[in-house]
Design a protein around this ligand. Structure first.
Ligand SMILES: Cc1cc2nc3c(=O)[nH]c(=O)nc-3n(C[C@H](O)[C@H](O)[C@H](O)COP(=O)(O)O)c2cc1C
Length: 186
């Protein structure tokens, strides 16, 4: 696809077919992620991949329970609580794959670098006909020391971007974008 078509048609996808995302495809997306720029070219990222709709659904259930039990410790407001409480709300959207972009270092700009890698990954997914959704709600739970231990993630790595992936049941319509505020200085 042309770059602007990819940029304009990537959507946060929350309905997936059960079709698995094959390992070479995920490796291709991760390669695209690593083409992102990074401060001083430190490339402070790593990637963790979990596949299987059932495993991902199980995690989603645990994240949801944890979030609701610890809601007052989060920065989210009451409307978010209402959304998550809905029994139909599945936190990882029944996706068949989850790729996490992890910051490997405490470098000042490691998080920014990982965000750029995450965007590359989501755009490359769109180019492959795959939907993606960055699920920020999953981040606090996955970063708990006991969960990192259980999943086999190094304790000193920090999950920046949990991104679910899969083949979309349909491409959602865009919610649109506001006109940018531009301050022309001089
Ligand atoms: C940092 C970040 C966190 C997000 N967290 C969630 C989330 O927890 N759950 C979810 O369903 N979507 C999440 N999204 C997706 C956004 O809601 C979505 O990108 C936005 O509504 C714009 O829609 P579009 O991506 O289709 O253009 C997140 C996106 C970003 C960039």
């Amino acid at each position: 696809m042309e770059l602007m078509d990819v940029l304009g048609s990537r959507r946060a996808v929350r309905d997936y077919t059960p079709m698995p995302v094959e390992r070479p495809t995920i490796e291709h997306l991760i390669h695209a992620a690593t083409l992102a720029p990074s401060a001083m070219n430190l490339q402070p990222w790593a990637f963790a991949v979990l596949t299987g709709q059932n495993r991902i659904d199980q995690l989603a259930g645990r994240i949801k329970s944890w979030l609701l039990a610890n809601f007052s410790d989060t920065m989210y407001g009451p409307s978010i609580r209402g959304m998550i409480e809905d029994p139909k709300y599945t936190l990882l959207h029944h996706a068949p794959a989850l790729v996490m972009v992890l910051a490997k270092s405490q470098e000042a700009q490691a998080v920014e670098d990982c965000c750029l890698a995450a965007e590359n990954l989501m755009l490359a997914a769109r180019d492959e006909g795959l939907g993606s959704c960055w699920v920020g709600f999953a981040r606090p739970w996955i970063n708990l020391p006991e969960i990192k231990k259980e999943l086999g993630l190094p304790q000193n790595y920090h999950v920046v971007a949990p991104i679910v992936l899969g083949y979309p049941l349909a491409w959602p319509k865009s919610h649109g974008r506001s006109a940018p505020e531009i301050q022309w200085l001089g």
